[in-house]
Design a protein around this ligand. Sequence first.
Ligand code: NAD
Length: 255
Amino acid sequence: MSVDLVAAWVADAQRIVVLTGAGVSTESGIPDFRGPDGVWTRDPRAERLSNIGYYVADPSIRRASWLRRLEHPAWGAEPNEAHVALADLDRSGRLDLLVTQNIDGLHLAAGMTPDHVVEIHGSIRDSVCLACGDRRPMPETLERVRAGDPDPACLVCGGILKSATVSFGQNLDPALLARSGEAAAGCDLFLAVGTSLTVYPAARLPEIAVDAGARLVIVNAEPTPLDGLAEAVLRGRAGAVLPAITAHLRSQPAR
Ligand code: NAD
């Protein structure tokens, strides 16, 4: 399937919904989990750090998590060509909603309209108390770790702190999930980029869109379980494929 044909579909679309995954940020230097060089592919035990049960029960898992947050590549990362292309799509007026499974904040850093972005798995840029919900900027909490507290407690209630991300075993925000589902059901083109489409319920969104009659386009480096459902599968780097899809939108009037 040619990039030019997909570019024409994008230019003609009225309401586009985009779902992004870790593959959109690998070119910014943030490894994915399940790709060939993914964090979990290289070390399956690392998956434990993303499980809320282990996190709450085991202080050593929390200490390891805080060290990982201190060193997270998101702190030094910049948006790449894929993020920029999606921000161009937003500016063209065709984007209804971008749902990202990423926690790195790079879509917002690329200049997307905040109201057009749903971070369905949360954000590493804030910390949150699991007991009282107190939320504050992550750099503030990381400063306490850097100062020698390996597992900082909530300053308000003493509860367990964590990044404001959704771990396995935690529920997604029902309001964000509902908004994403409604957007998927109402779009005419659904673009899934850099996601293995194996994490539910986010991976259900393309199915909702197709069931409601939308065209599905998948851009990914590797096959996904939903490739058979897509009208076009573009295999390649998001940072190369997306700019090719959106390049000529710049010369068209914004909607
Ligand atoms: P995943 O790790 O399951 O899959 C990423 C997919 O992207 C793979 O299929 C891989 O082949 C593909 N890919 C890698 N680099 C690519 C590139 N340059 N261009 C195109 N495709 C590329 O990711 P997921 O499906 O998003 O789910 C993983 C979960 O892990 C998410 O829930 C997310 O919260 C979290 N996560 C987030 C980040 C981040 O914020 N940047 C990074 C790692 C994991």
